[in-house]
Ligand binder design. Sequence first.
Ligand code: ADP
Ligand code: 3PG
Ligand code: MG
Length: 393
Amino acid sequence: MKRSIRDLVDLKGKRVLLRTDFNVPMDKVGRILDQTRITAEIPTIRYLVNQGAKVIICTHLGRPNGYEISLSLWPISLILMKYFPGKVQFSQKTVGDKVKQQIESLPDGSIILLENVRFHKEEMEDDPVFAKELASLADIYVNDAFGCCHRKHASTYGVARLLPNAIGFLVEKELNAIQDAMDHPKRPFVAIFGGFKVEDKIKVLKNMIDIADTILIGGAMAYPFLVAQWIPVGLSPSRPECVAIAEQILKDAQAKGKKIILPVDHVAYRSDDKKHKPFVTDTLQSNMIACDIGPKTIALFEKEIRGAKQVLWNGPLGKYEDKEFKNGTMKIAEIVASSKCYSIVGGGDSVSAVNKSGKANMISHLSTGGGATMKLFEGNSLPCIEVIQEKII
Ligand code: ADP
Ligand code: 3PG
Ligand code: MG
């Protein structure tokens, strides 16, 4: 069992570097669409504040290429201020002397949010010098960034090796809920995959064949699978390397007697239509871009979900942010919520979509992890949890 923040003693006045995952969904103009990942973190922050620690929060947002103003964490600091009035500061830098000075003058029981750690490319490289710089800001490291525990980066992995460390309440809660569903899956077990991070997640899907009984695929994840079956996808995105993996997955599923269900109709628009007027179609012609699953697909998916005892869902089934293309995701959210199965929904956008459907309170476990949750289901350990010290009993 890993050491938890409850096991840390004498936190008063201690500088605690708290890695969170505040990688929240944003709209085109930089407004936060869903605050679940922030609110899920409040118990850990409150605990540290109440213990009198100086809480140094570090997170990433998006996948910036150097500094990008639209991915600054300033708006997130405003949300934190609502929960902890008069106790939150924002640092425009992530590391360096100026940050150190700001931390030095931070009153005990207060919070400082560091600027987006991914503005430094060294973060993603798990650069040891950068990890050392982060470590020099604090006395203790707490990892509560469940959603990025599969990323071996400087702020999630490298720095943990340099400081006394522990996991936070959110990581603890996620591990308990997911471990149970993995160790004792209720069958039939239906996995639903969608979303846009196809290259990342298609590899996870490969291993899911052994775990789930049926796999439903929608969103941008579906296109390489359709192409692998020589079904035209028009201009919908599909990379050749993903098509090759999809082909293998379809063969494996057939050999193992597992069902994979793909979209049979779509909500699409024509690329030469400036208004992107949506229409339902069974076949995607060369000038069409599909952005949602159609009604026949929803009915096929519903049948499987209604018969399931456990459902795991990652990735919206269409561009749910646009009202023209949200129907598939909203309908599936309603079906999952109203079915009697044990349901786990994971991923920043997936949780945001379920919240939008108004059915979030009917989901058994809403996970803040997307890729991280999938990795656990694959049976892999998460490197950023592994690196945390074991609890001394
Ligand atoms: P999560 O955050 O839940 O892990 P992802 O980040 O992988 O999910 O994917 C979410 C994104 O996928 C959303 O921004 C959504 O608009 C996009 N998406 C889903 N389906 C499609 C599609 N058919 N075409 C384009 N984008 C899609
Ligand atoms: C997520 O949203 O899944 C995590 O925050 C990790 O983000 P990443 O896929 O950009 O590393
Ligand atoms: Mg996402």
